[in-house]
Design a protein around this ligand. Structure first.
Ligand SMILES: C[S@@+](CC[C@H](N)C(=O)[O-])C[C@H]1O[C@@H](n2cnc3c(N)ncnc32)[C@H](O)[C@@H]1O
Length: 734
């Protein structure tokens, strides 16, 4: 700082004036880095890693028979909290790759960027608001990248898939998180054919940034096969066996002395400013080891084995014979599925260059999930940066493209998504797999996988846990360290913020309540040896007092209740709920959920039947939602109470057969509202019974099994209109 600046700042401070932000850099110059991305709300790395809650993973159900070893994981929850839990699993040695390396070998993420920001106001206000949203997005992403870095194996890789809106900011953040030296590629993926509506050049690509955890990383080269047109144009000769070949120059640029510049078979390379240079592919063609021979020795060998063609006229240039079978094609470059009209080594007019990586999701693989990526794209990512048996993670799983491709390629996988639609889409996709990329070919039975809840728990299932499993869950839920110890003859279970924790064994003492008397007798045994705080975790109904804590003899006894307990003093942050979208565009919004909650089935009343509407040719089945109200408890500032205000979507399985919900159609609340709160669907799609899942914006479900008889379609002609009043209370959720 100059003397002048020093005096200026003293003057400002003495006059009590505000110090503008320009002074921040002068007063606190960045120490470690030459440059970094600065924005409002950027947290310290250490704080993010330390403060993120790790939420327990509650198994919901396992598909397929589960052996003792690894089983694939589909997690419903916020990915930040889930990855913190996975990090603990890594530390405990539960996440290992095929070769035993701890951690995840490959992460692919395709995070959403809130596209649906509607901001009314002047252009300036809008631009400002976009920047705020932009900064929030960058920090949202950065927090997740930090966890990903920690989860990766030492030789692991991450691919971050983004479009051009925020890719450049993300690149800077990736440089900060992984180090510029670990940046490997920016892959340009042509994701559409044309974009003619653009006012300037049509945007037809997205970027994938490839970073590795360290300079030592796993990478397997992939090759692009030569195109038929290219082979026809360049491999014009055919040998006596019918195999195609071309001639290739055995010389290189520049004059050299010694054998490399010597005359051979009457040809002097130096006369044209060149020297002998044997191309590398030759070594794959010969059976003998010719690497130790000199250049002339190699030329003689190739001539004797028919791999060099001598010119008809002495003094002309000999040519190497290069069969079409040599090499695997061209190693993949960083431009994928590009310009089909490019002329060049690997293109022919009008032919798509990448046969495996397309810009569109094929019909056989389309799930209807917005933003679904093609299997071919993920296939290349997974084949390049992981081996069979390695763990592949997608923390923004969406329709589950990464998971299904990992499954087909024999990798282990973990998929996380905070959307119920995503979870049901993946479940269905996994159970209807076909062997080939693009979801073609014979059926493929997936390896067993388990669906987990992370952050939104089903209390009814918790009650069935064994004592040990309950104790573990309870400790994890409140971020306690699992460490048994004894004080005053009392067995305690762990520590929370330095204080002891007791997990009350309600199974051993059924019917016993925790009241002031219990606390008093505990206090008698523990006394002040326990310190100033003790935490008691127990099922909510076991406590006989309502308050968060009770004080006795200088010790504060906290009640941590399951299913519901948010004690701000402990968590020091607001809990926020998982948000489910209520229209299709919102599926691509970022979601931040902090903390945990317990499933509360929404209140639901509906009627269903068949309607013949004016202007429609065929009668339609309908479900009319009369009442839908959420019972969610989590502290949500936006908490809505009005009728149907909290409906997110309705999903239908038209022909519910087994106990697996097989998603057939989704209806967003927005559209349902516009249709007079009716879900309408073709009568002919209804099987014996429909499973309808009504989801609230917090992710709670009300499930209804509706028979065709109830709707009025069973055995009836399509013209029959019936309306039944199926007044019901909702069933249990997932
Ligand atoms: C662009 S989509 C991914 C599409 C996916 N690559 C595919 O091929 O289908 C992004 C997904 O991220 C999910 N998401 C957004 N915020 C999340 C969060 N905090 N935790 C977990 N998933 C999140 C959304 O629900 C959405 O499904």
């Amino acid at each position: 700082m100059t003397e002048e600046q020093r005096q200026e700042i003293i003057r400002l401070l003495q006059q009590g004036e505000d110090i503008s932000s320009e002074w921040a850099r002068i007063l606190f110059p960045p120490e470690k880095r030459e440059y970094e991305l600065v924005y409002h709300g950027k947290q310290r790395e250490e704080d993010i890693l330390a403060d993120t809650l790790a939420v327990p993973l509650q198994p919901v159900r396992t598909f397929g028979k589960n052996g003792d070893g690894w089983h694939n994981m589909l997690v419903f929850g916020d990915n930040l909290q889930t990855m913190k839990s996975l990090l603990e699993a890594k530390k405990a040695g539960h996440l290992c790759n095929a070769d035993g390396t701890p951690g995840v070998r490959l992460v692919y993420i395709d995070p959403p960027f809130a596209t649906k920001q509607e901001f009314q106001g002047s252009q300036d206000q809008k631009a400002y608001q976009d920047k705020v949203a932009g900064a929030q997005f960058v920090e949202f992403l950065r927090r997740r990248l930090l966890l990903i870095r920690e989860l990766l194996a030492a030789d692991g890789s991450v691919y971050v898939h983004l479009d051009q809106k925020k890719a450049h900011y993300a690149k800077v953040v990736l440089d900060e998180v992984f180090g510029e030296q670990n940046f490997r590629n920016e892959i340009i993926w042509r994701n559409t054919n044309t974009h003619n509506k653009a006012e300037t050049f049509g945007q037809i690509h997205q970027s994938l940034f490839l970073f590795t955890r360290s300079p030592r990383f796993l990478f397997q080269k992939t090759f692009r096969p030569r195109l038929r047109r290219y082979v026809e144009a360049h491999y014009r000769h055919t040998d006596e066996k019918g195999a195609k070949f071309r001639y290739s120059d055995p010389t290189g640029d520049g004059i050299r002395n010694g054998e490399s510049g010597a005359e051979w078979e009457g040809y002097k390379p130096t006369e044209t400013g060149r020297h002998w240079a044997i191309p590398g592919f030759i070594y794959d063609l010969v059976d003998d080891d010719i690497s130790k021979l000199g250049v002339i020795g190699k030329l003689n060998y190739l001539r004797d084995h028919g791999l060099i063609q001598l010119p008809r006229k002495r003094g002309g240039q000999p040519q190497i014979v290069r069969p079409e079978s040599v090499g695997d094609g061209n190693p993949m470059q960083d431009l994928w599925a590009y310009q089909p009209y490019t002329q060049g080594a690997y293109a022919g007019i009008g032919e798509a260059i990448d046969e495996d990586v397309t810009w569109a999701t094929g019909d056989s693989e389309a799930t209807g999930y917005p933003t679904q990526k093609p299997e071919g794209l993920l296939s290349r990512v997974i084949r390049s940066s992981s081996a069979k048996g390695d763990i592949v993670l997608d923390a923004f799983a969406g329709s589950g493209t990464t998971c299904v491709v990992a499954e087909k390629l024999g990798r282990h996988w973990i998929g996380i998504d905070c959307g119920k639609l995503a979870i049901y889409t993946i479940q269905k996709r996994m159970l209807n797999l076909r062997r080939e990329i693009g979801n073609k070919g014979p059926a493929l039975k997936p390896q067993p996988f388990t669906l987990y809840n992370a952050g939104l728990y089903d209390f009814s299932k918790l009650k069935d846990l064994s004592w040990e499993a309950w104790r573990f869950f309870a400790l994890q839920l409140f971020q306690c360290r699992d460490e048994c110890h004894r004080i005053g003859g009392i067995e305690l279970d762990g520590y929370l913020k330095g204080a002891s924790v007791l997990v009350f064994n309600h199974q051993k003492q059924p019917g016993v309540r925790i009241d002031e008397e219990t606390v008093r007798s505990l206090h008698e045994a523990l006394g002040s040896r326990v310190g100033s705080r003790l935490f008691i975790i127990a099922p909510a109904l076991t406590f006989d007092f309502q308050q968060d804590y009770t004080d006795l003899g200088g010790v504060r006894y906290y009640a941590l209740r399951i299913p519901y307990s948010i004690i701000h003093e402990l968590h020091q942050r607001e809990f926020t709920a998982l948000k489910q979208p209520s229209d299709e565009l919102a599926v691509n919004d970022t979601v931040e959920a902090v903390g945990f909650d317990f499933v509360r089935t929404p209140q639901l009343e509906y009627e269903c039947g068949v309607n013949r509407r004016e202007g429609t040719l065929l009668p339609e089945a309908f479900i009319h939602i009369k009442t839908f109200k959420s019972e969610a408890v989590v502290r949500d500032p936006m908490r809505k109470k009005g009728n149907r205000e909290t409906l997110s979507m309705v999903m239908l399985d038209y022909n519910y057969e087994a106990d697996i919900f097989d998603l057939d159609a989704v209806f967003y609340a927005d559209a349902i509202g516009k249709a007079g709160w009716e879900v309408r669907f073709p009568v002919e799609s209804v099987g014996q019974q429909i499973m309808a899942v009504f989801i609230d914006i917090y992710g709670n479900e009300a499930r209804e099994l509706i028979s065709s008889g109830q709707i009025g379609t069973a055995g009836a002609s399509a013209a029959v209109t019936s309306k039944r009043d199926n007044k019901k209370k909702a069933g249990a959720g997932l």
